[in-house]
Design a protein around this ligand. Structure first.
Ligand SMILES: Cc1cc2nc3c(=O)[nH]c(=O)nc-3n(C[C@H](O)[C@H](O)[C@H](O)COP(=O)(O)OP(=O)(O)OC[C@H]3O[C@@H](n4cnc5c(N)ncnc54)[C@H](O)[C@@H]3O)c2cc1C
Length: 472
């Protein structure tokens, strides 16, 4: 994920202690609706590989499974169903990858938001172990699909850099590295001059190099999944918002303005872009948060060779955004701070400039040619959710900013479950009942306060880090 390290670190446990409430609960705190967000997909991603031709749903049809939403969750479900010979129709309100799948930072990560000890404590040994092991293999699933279906999405398997910008951050990275090394994973701590050379900066004295991960063009990956699914017989209807969901006997009906699909099963794959319309109350399980991205003009030839010279993306242990990537053509891609709940908000690029000035002083002022935003679905405990809401009605969501691998895994596993090929107790993401929470309604003021607090803590840690560097 692009940063928002505070959401990774278990520091926001205040959320999980707040009370659970019934579906009818209401609070006056409101936020913009992600599905109404007009921010377009970025040419920074969209110019790479065209979307396969699709049309809006017209008329009534039957499918084995109807899927709502054409992001990674929906597309991976459709593709894995098709591989099993099960026919799916996908209805997407806008276009393929319109949601977070076409807007993310592109970093494919083999971790959950929490460390292994916390995962084991939360889920117990058996389910926790399965979750840790399988998320460790998440990037392999993504890269395997890219390989199998020849998806053209600028894949770089050069690994990921997680850098420490404080003593506590360094200790956390060391613990995680030791855990995975003990399991034989290709991850190393890199320190001192080696870290400076790997990052192209003497700002950080320690980082982990996680070789299981990599980067992709996320929109091109979504389009590639769609193309592969269509080639196996999946129907993808774009410009087709599902406006109602109903059950009659053993069948489900999903309706769009232009037609309907009758199916034995339905998968809601709408993540942060869900509304209360299709399954009232479900939206109270998540806190949608808007994240910001920007891409610059290419850096000059000489400077670009000095920044992240081996092609890994960089994130660090600060609580808010920290992601930096350098594309093969020399353009710099960053994640940026900005209003967390506002459809019309804009990235704070002056803050990005200050961050880059400290880490990569040779880069100088940058001309940001593309900027965009997208919504992630946070859950109160930052674990993804898998529910069978009613017989034959499935949903998977709540990746809390770590969805490239996890949503792809979720789709694979929902497909296996719909096909009856996996026991409910053996699913990677444990199947649970929805637990709408008061905190999702009161989240905006709460998170705004947390963000202000974390901005201050990041600034404080930054200043302390700079003083320590000046002394050494
Ligand atoms: C800025 C940003 C940076 C991120 N960085 C990373 C990263 O580096 N690494 C990582 O692993 N993850 C990252 N993520 C998270 C990741 O992108 C998401 O977790 C993942 O894409 C979720 O996929 P999804 O298919 O569940 O949802 P989405 O991709 O959001 O798709 C949901 C789809 O449902 C559609 N929809 C909603 N309602 C309806 C309806 N009624 N009818 C029909 N269609 C509907 C929407 O239009 C949308 O296309 C980032 C996210 C953002 C926003």
């Amino acid at each position: 994920m692009t940063g928002l390290y505070w959401l990774n670190s278990g520091r926001s446990k205040v959320c999980s202690r707040l009370p659970i409430v019934s579906r009818s609960s209401h609070c006056s705190a409101r936020m913009s609706s992600p599905i109404d967000d007009l921010c377009p997909l970025s040419p920074a991603y969209g110019d790479h590989a065209p979307a396969p031709p699709t049309q809006a749903l017209r008329g009534d049809r039957r499918a084995d499974v109807a899927i709502v939403g054409a992001g990674y969750t929906g597309l991976s479900t459709a593709l894995h169903l098709a591989e099993r010979g099960i026919r799916a129709t996908v209805a997407e309100a806008k276009e393929i990858g319109w949601g977070a799948s076409g807007r993310n930072f592109g970093q494919v990560v083999p971790y959950l938001k929490h460390g292994p000890a916390e995962v084991l404590a939360h889920f117990g040994r058996e389910a926790g172990e399965r979750l840790i092991e399988e998320t460790g293999k998440g990037p392999d699933l993504v890269f395997g699909l890219i390989d199998k279906y020849a998806i053209d999405c600028a894949l770089r398997r050069t690994g990921l850099i997680f850098a420490a910008h404080s003593d506590a951050g360094r200790a956390a990275i060391e613990r995680r590295t030791e855990f995975w090394q003990a399991r034989g994973a290709p991850v190393d701590m890199v320190t001192g001059a080696d870290a400076h050379a790997l990052i192209g900066s003497d700002y950080y004295d320690a980082c982990a190099l996680e070789r299981r991960g990599g980067t992709i063009n996320p929109l091109a990956y979504a389009r590639g999944l769609a193309k592969a699914a269509i080639a196996l017989g999946v129907e993808i209807c774009t410009g087709s918002p599902v406006t109602s969901l109903a059950r009659a006997g053993k069948e489900w009906h999903v309706t769009t303005p232009g037609g309907s699909v009758t199916a034995d099963a339905v998968v809601l794959a709408t993540n942060a872009y869900m509304t209360d319309r299709l399954w009232p109350g479900l939206r109270d399980s998540i806190i949608p948060v808007r994240l910001y991205q920007a891409v610059s003009r290419p850096l000059g030839e000489n400077v670009r060779r000095t920044v992240l010279p081996q092609g890994q993306p960089l994130t660090d242990t600060r609580r808010l955004v920290s992601g930096v990537r350098l594309y093969a053509d020399g353009r710099m891609h960053v994640s940026a701070d900005g209003p967390a709940f506002d459809n019309s908000g804009d990235a704070d690029l002056s803050k990005v400039a200050r961050r880059l000035e400290r880490i990569f002083p040779r880069v100088g002022p940058l001309d940001w040619v593309h900027r965009w935003a997208g919504w992630i679905a946070m859950t109160t405990d930052q674990y993804p959710r898998l529910h069978e809401l009613a017989p034959g009605l499935w949903t998977g969501f709540g990746y809390s900013g770590r969805g490239i691998a996890h949503a792809t895994m979720m789709g694979r596993d929902i497909a296996a479950r719909v096909a009856g090929a996996v026991d409910a107790t053996k699913l990677v993401f444990p199947m649970t009942q929805p637990r709408p929470s008061l905190v999702t309604r009161v989240a905006p003021p709460l998170i705004r306060s947390l963000v202000v607090y974390y901005r201050m803590r990041d600034a404080f840690d930054d200043a302390r880090h700079r003083r320590a560097r000046a002394r050494s």
